[in-house]
Write a protein that binds this ligand. Structure first.
Ligand SMILES: [Zn+2]
Length: 244
């Protein structure tokens, strides 16, 4: 089990109550913000603050100290964090549904003062955007309107496939290379959508088997650390502006 270390400097910023809450959090599937690897051994709590807003992050003790750092950029834009994403076709109560599983490297919390709760900033943003807190991986969650995953087949420098996940305002939630597993495109063609799950599921270190991924999703759901939504999946816009 990872063991959390909070320096006096960090404790002075977040307060004793938040420090206690942080210490009680399970970190077994969270990732180090510095190196992107799963947290283990001694873990340092860092805070980033601009004097008004503060967020906490977790790093290996061997990667960085428990320190107070300047906050730059947006607090809640997941696209600015390193994002891991895999595609799979997973059983949902007998239906084989196309899924996209995403996890940010590092758990990012919003913290607005000693009297407020630490809020997982990415999760809070997704819930506000129509995502559902997942308690069981059985039925597809309701759709998040105007979110879209855009497949870029063979567009990479070495012909690899790419994927963009775009938010309603066009902001990029994810952009990068993906491996498209057997049956995924057929499942998307059948349903016209995929289920985007976001949470602490242990990517990118999960074994790439559907069984292991389903188990990790279920564990994250039971722990209240998984949100999801159906999102549209399409190709790049054609010259006429239609989605292919
Ligand atoms: Zn690390």
């Amino acid at each position: 089990m990872p063991e959390l270390h909070i320096s006096d400097e960090v404790r002075a910023v977040i307060g004793d109550e938040a420090a206690a809450r942080e210490s009680a959090r399970p970190l077994t599937r969270a990732l180090c913000t510095s190196c992107g690897q799963r947290l283990d051994g001694t873990v340092n709590l860092q805070v980033r603050t601009d004097g008004k807003q503060t967020r906490t992050e977790h790093v290996h003790a061997t990667c960085a100290p428990s320190a107070v750092l300047p906050l730059t950029g947006s607090l809640t834009t997941a696209a600015e964090e390193t994002m891991h994403l895999v595609l799979d076709v997973l059983d949902h109560g007998g239906a084989a549904l196309p899924v996209l599983i995403a996890q940010t490297a590092g758990t990012v919390y919003e913290f607005r003062g000693p009297d407020t709760d630490l809020t997982d900033a990415v999760t809070a943003k997704l819930l506000a955007a129509g995502f559902t807190l997942i308690s069981r991986v059985r039925q597809a969650p309701r759709p998040a309107e105007e979110w879209i995953a855009v497949l870029l087949l063979g567009h990479g420098p070495a012909g690899e496939d790419g994927l963009l996940v775009l938010e309603p305002d066009g902001a990029q939630f994810y952009g990068g290379a993906v491996v498209i597993p057997d049956g995924w495109l057929a499942a998307v063609a059948r349903y016209g959508w995929g289920v985007l799950y976001v949470g602490e599921v242990g990517l990118p270190h999960l074994p790439p088997e559907p069984k292991a991924r389903l188990k990790a999703l279920r564990e994250a759901a039971q722990a209240g650390r998984l949100v999801g939504a159906r999102i549209a999946v399409g190709g790049p816009p054609s010259p006429t502006g239609d989605m292919t």
